[in-house]
Design a protein around this ligand. Structure first.
Ligand code: GLU
Length: 298
């Protein structure tokens, strides 16, 4: 028994990869027998909108992805995120970071620095009070955790065992908005989520969230990352890849039933509805390789 969740970002229409993740999140939740909750990752006011949220909800409902309980919107959770950041500050596990993206990239690629992609090289970790005050004059600071290079291991239900060093990641962006990792773990705890199903692009960031949960004293969750849908070149799906959203596919003559069947088949599940698929759904049988999407294959 597990409470699951699906957490789209309402920044545009869901593409087939997002839709397939939603179908799988529903299957995981119903296979293990409890509920699927919905969270809207609308932290970023510049890119998120209610209009996108409505369109996403329509698409999900049309494919049979039902949710239990009210929607949790990250845009309404600033207070909870502030409390969690306060807890990290009280533990003396944060420091301000003034680095730009370019500075981080350059520091990470310097000779003799071997860091996983996207890991923070620790440039601002040991700044003196005077240096911080000086830097603060020209740029607002993000807030990072001091994770002390700890290694976190976990077993993903689809991808198996993983062990990754946790870097000093951002918990509050330099525009004052809580960062995704922090918001996500705080929300999972608030919603009572026990199992997180999401795209495999977030697999490598999961140890950060595990570290945060432990540090904040929040309950652990199970993880199941599911394969991504990519274009013929192996990259993330984008507009130029042709029909990649439900609306675009319906315009080409697809139906919702065909879309569900086709998305399930792309991960080896032969069923024409989600409900039918629950009978045979086997998490361990899911593939781990990305699926190359082509609307032509209908
Ligand atoms: N909002 C994220 C996305 O759409 C997913 C976050 C999560 O599931 O933890 O990729």
């Amino acid at each position: 028994m597990a409470v699951g969740r699906y957490a789209p970002s309402p920044t545009g229409d869901l593409h087939v990869g997002n839709l397939r993740t939603a179908l799988l999140a529903w299957l995981f939740a119903h296979h293990d027998g409890d509920a699927l909750l919905l969270r809207m990752d609308d932290l970023d006011p510049a890119t998120s909108s209610l209009e996108h949220e409505c369109r996403q909800l329509d698409d999900l409902a049309a494919l049979g992805v039902t949710f239990d309980g009210p929607i949790l919107r990250q845009s309404e959770r600033t207070g909870a995120y502030g409390d969690a950041i306060g807890q990290l500050e009280d533990l003396d596990l944060t420091y301000p970071c003034f680095c730009s993206r370019r500075e981080i990239r350059e520091a990470a690629s310097a000779p003799h620095v071997h860091l996983p992609d996207g890991a923070y090289p620790g440039t601002c970790a040991a700044l003196s009070t005077a240096e911080r005050a000086h830097k603060a004059e020209s740029r607002p600071a993000a807030l990072r955790v001091r994770a002390k290079g700890i290694e976190v291991s976990f077993t993903d239900r689809v991808y198996g065992p993983h062990e990754i060093v946790v870097d000093d990641f951002v918990v509050r962006r330099n525009d004052g908005v809580a960062a995704y990792n922090l918001a996500s773990v705080v929300d999972d705890a608030t919603q009572g989520v026990e199992e997180v199903v999401r795209g495999a692009d977030l697999l490598d960031g999961t140890p950060r969230q595990i570290w945060l949960r432990d540090t904040l004293g929040l309950p652990p969750v199970e993880h199941a990352h599911v394969p991504l849908m990519v274009n013929a070149a192996g990259h993330r799906l984008a507009k130029r890849d042709g029909a990649v959203t439900r609306t675009e596919l319906l315009d080409l003559g697809w139906t919702d039933a065909i879309l569900v069947e086709r998305l399930l088949l792309s991960v080896g599940i032969t069923a024409s509805t989600l409900t039918d698929a629950t009978a045979t759904f086997e998490p361990a049988a899911l593939p781990t390789e990305p699926t190359v999407w082509s609307a032509e294959d209908r």
